[in-house]
Design a binder for this molecule. Structure first.
Ligand code: FES
Ligand code: FES
Length: 161
């Protein structure tokens, strides 16, 4: 067992973990942050997407011990911060979720797109989200929602994007 200390959703966390525990299992099992989902468990589906030190990663491909000293944000933290409230509303309005299994990862990845690029370009959005699988295949509505917010945010910035 190894002692780790990190920040999760703005709170300092210290824990003793097995060397083989991955980060998403730690978040779900030890901290009860079950918004991050576990699908394929080998880096393919994106259900476990979380933000670590400002960039999205696959929580199933990172060990909890590798998060020592890191700043981790899960879907719960992103929700609480209000950063994606417009995006969440757009997902709801456009019915961009069905079973909801992929939704936390989709929101994390969409937030990253809006932060790093944000162009209201459907092809760009599709490509950026291509590592996140929706087993309900609701991609059209997801792209609609992200495009809508990309457009709205660009308009709010004076149409600079
Ligand atoms: S569970 Fe991590 S990418 Fe699928
Ligand atoms: S809404 Fe069911 S997996 Fe995407």
């Amino acid at each position: 067992m190894i002692d780790i200390s990190l920040t999760v959703n703005g709170e300092q966390v210290s824990a003793r973990v097995s060397a083989r525990t991955n980060l998403v299992d730690f978040l779900r099992g030890e901290l009860d942050l079950t918004g991050s989902h576990v699908g394929c468990e080998h880096g393919v589906c994106g259900a476990c997407t979380i933000r670590v030190d400002g960039v999205i990663v696959r929580g199933c491909l990172m060990l909890a011990v590798q998060a020592e000293g890191a700043d981790v944000v899960t879907i719960e933290g992103l929700h609480d911060s209000g950063e994606i409230s417009d995006l969440q509303d757009a997902f709801l309005q456009r019915n961009a979720l069905q079973c909801g299994f992929c939704t936390p990862g989709m929101l994390l990845a969409s937030a990253e797109y809006l932060k790093t690029d944000g162009t209201p370009d459907r092809e760009g959005i599709r490509e950026f989200l291509s590592g996140n699988y929706c087993r309900c295949t609701g991609y059209e509505a997801i792209v609609d929602a992200v495009e809508k917010i990309a457009r709205a945010r660009a308009d709010n910035c004076g149409g600079s994007k």
